[in-house]
Design a protein around this ligand. Structure first.
Ligand SMILES: *[C@@H]1O[C@H](CO)[C@@H](O)[C@H](O)[C@H]1NC(C)=O
Ligand SMILES: *[C@@H]1O[C@H](CO)[C@@H](O)[C@H](O)[C@H]1NC(C)=O
Ligand SMILES: *[C@@H]1O[C@H](CO)[C@@H](O)[C@H](O)[C@H]1NC(C)=O
Ligand SMILES: [Cu+2]
Length: 246
């Protein structure tokens, strides 16, 4: 009796695992040599203290105009929200779970928080892209993608915060766009707060700035795409604005 109960509860746990492990998100960050743990999804936010905004599911967002596209579901400010203090020009590494997908681009954005990032409504922030990698080599199906490079590199992605970027409070937004299914795109956005230091004076002009939702549409060639019916193509158009490098 006790054993069958234990087996039943084990089966209940195991049945939830495939869903969880099929996708994922950013679990931790490194800014320079400082490591920061991310929010722990599938756990209560009560008592969690992190530089990352809350995110509640490993599942992707599949609508490019979803209201949660800025900072995932639910993207809330934590009661014990932290921000990482980082100098402009620092390398930032985001570490994902054991990432299961290798087809699609990696994009990294930042946005100034004019009234501070804590409690900022992330759908109103104006994001600019600081880094991206789409189809690096080969064709759409068998080629090397940014996401494949991420998997090869310990499920991590390293970018440099533009050295000339003016100091202030910023949101940093890492995003994977998995396009291995031909029916719908899979967006995995993750946000963390930082306080940027330095003596830079540059900020991106309006042509580099986008909001989420707003930056993408279903008609973008890189968003709605059936790679399998274009398997021999070697070009891919990464969605969103051009990269601003300072
Ligand atoms: C690989 O990633 C994990 C975090 O997922 C990190 O703890 C570890 O230091 C990384 N290994 C290397 C060699 O960077
Ligand atoms: C891709 O190229 C291969 C080899 O030339 C060919 O057999 C295949 O039909 C092509 N695929 C498409 C979708 O055109
Ligand atoms: C590749 O380029 C061709 C010609 O410009 C275009 O028609 C096609 O949509 C592009 N493919 C992708 C996947 O962006
Ligand atoms: Cu997945």
């Amino acid at each position: 009796m006790q054993l069958s109960l234990a087996l039943a509860s084990l089966a209940a746990v195991v049945s939830r695992l495939p869903q969880v492990s099929a996708h994922g998100g950013v679990l931790s960050y490194k800014f320079g040599s400082a490591t920061y743990q991310g929010f722990v999804p599938y756990n209560t936010p009560v008592g969690q203290s992190s530089i990352q905004r809350e995110w509640d599911t490993y599942n992707p967002i599949t609508d490019p105009t979803d209201p949660s596209l800025s900072c995932n579901i639910n993207g809330a400010t934590l009661a014990e929200q932290l921000s990482a203090t980082v100098a402009a020009g620092t390398q930032v590494t985001a570490y994902w779970n054991a990432w299961p997908h290798t087809i699609g681009p990696v994009m990294v954005y930042m946005a100034a928080c004019p009234s501070g990032c804590t409690n900022a409504d992330t759908s109103t922030l104006e994001f600019f892209k600081i880094d991206q990698a789409g189809l690096i080599s080969g064709d759409l199906v068998t080629g090397l993608w940014g996401m494949g490079e991420l998997v090869q590199n310990n499920n991590s992605w390293t970018s440099t915060i533009p050295a000339s970027l003016a100091p202030g409070e910023y949101m940093i937004r890492h995003e994977l766009l998995a396009i291995h299914t031909s029916d719908q795109p899979q967006f995995y956005p993750e946000c963390a707060q930082l306080i940027l230091t330095g003596s830079g004076t540059s900020t991106p002009s309006s042509s580099y700035l986008v909001t989420f939702p707003g930056a993408y549409s279903a008609s973008d060639p890189g968003v709605t795409i059936d790679i399998y019916s274009n398997e021999n193509e070697t070009n891919y158009t990464i969605p969103g604005p051009a990269v601003w490098s300072g």
